[in-house]
Design a protein around this ligand. Sequence first.
Ligand code: AMP
Length: 390
Amino acid sequence: MADFPTISDSESDSDHEDRVVSKRKSKSGGFQSMGLSKSVFGGVMRMGYRVPSPIQRKVIPIAMMGRDVVAMARTGSGKTAAFLIPLLERLVSHSTKVGVRGIILSPTRELAQQTMNFLIKLGKLTDLRGSLIIGGHNIENQFEALASNPDILVSTPGRLLHLLMEVTEFTLDLAEVIIFDEADRLFEMGFKAQLHDIMQRMPPARQTMLFSATLPRILIEFTRAGLRDPEFVRLDVESKVSPNLRLAFFAVRSEEKSAVLLYVCRQLIAKNKQTIIFTATRHHVEYIAGVLGAFGLPALPVYGTLDMDARQDNVAAFRAGKCQFLVVTDVAARGIDIPLLDVVINYDFPPKPKVFVHRVGRVARQNRSGNLEPCGGTFERCLTHALRRD
Ligand code: AMP
């Protein structure tokens, strides 16, 4: 259970009315002009955000009006804050009345964990309480978490339903807001029935926000059935590769593939460049991580069936820069947020174009260039040189 620390008394009472900056002073299009309460605005400033990202600029005002929202946004667009800010703003402060008021559903445990961490930071100056309800974690602790009357749950659908069935007193009768994060993924992973069941348990007057990289037909049907006149926000569809991203394509014989990978990792990628390598299966992940490790390159594996703690430890070590290479499968990689990612290697060809775009969407994010300049020259020059030399 992760509680938010309580906001200081002097700030808490008049918080919601005490808007941050008067309209006259506010800079149009900035966080100042959104009419955020002091505690939420303070949370945003603590995150170091100065200017809202395009998706935030569009979604936050609509969501703060209580409207249902369907937003198409890729990872890296700032989508998490786009739903957390209006959620915090709506719930304002901890309610002593027993009952969860906000629910965030994530397709993977990692994404849920990451969203929870985000929520704790962003909500630091409020006294709202949040709990993480995900599979793989001790269920007894989650019973306790529910007993402490959280305002917000960040959850994976399976475990949330499990608890709803197990704990008679736990209902969604007071739930006001539900957010589906990476909704396309939720459906791809077969959670359709669970999502409907969860929606059925909420009051019809709820606010629903749905964030998705793509909008397949199944999602449109779900939206028609479950949302009330939603506003569609479509800025940053995952069908485009960032124009700042530099791409290099290597045609190699399959028996030379791991040798070329090793060469690229050793010779062409500077030591301070955090690199993620996508492969087709967990066997490939283990093989590649083993090969890199055997040649002295620090590489950690992440795949779906890897023990949850090991996955989290490996991602944390990578995020902390303790390890330069993370070797992953697509399923495991979804939901991992690595802000300082420099290089993406597609060791195995992505099965669909959108998977490629999602993979490389981790670089050239939020004004990072995505340019590679190893060895003091361009990537292509180095590689051409290397291949000629060999
Ligand atoms: P997300 O798309 O939610 O995964 O966010 C991607 C990254 O952008 C995260 O590291 C966020 O902390 C960061 N971020 C989100 N909003 C902003 C903003 N307005 N200004 C700067 N960074 C941001």
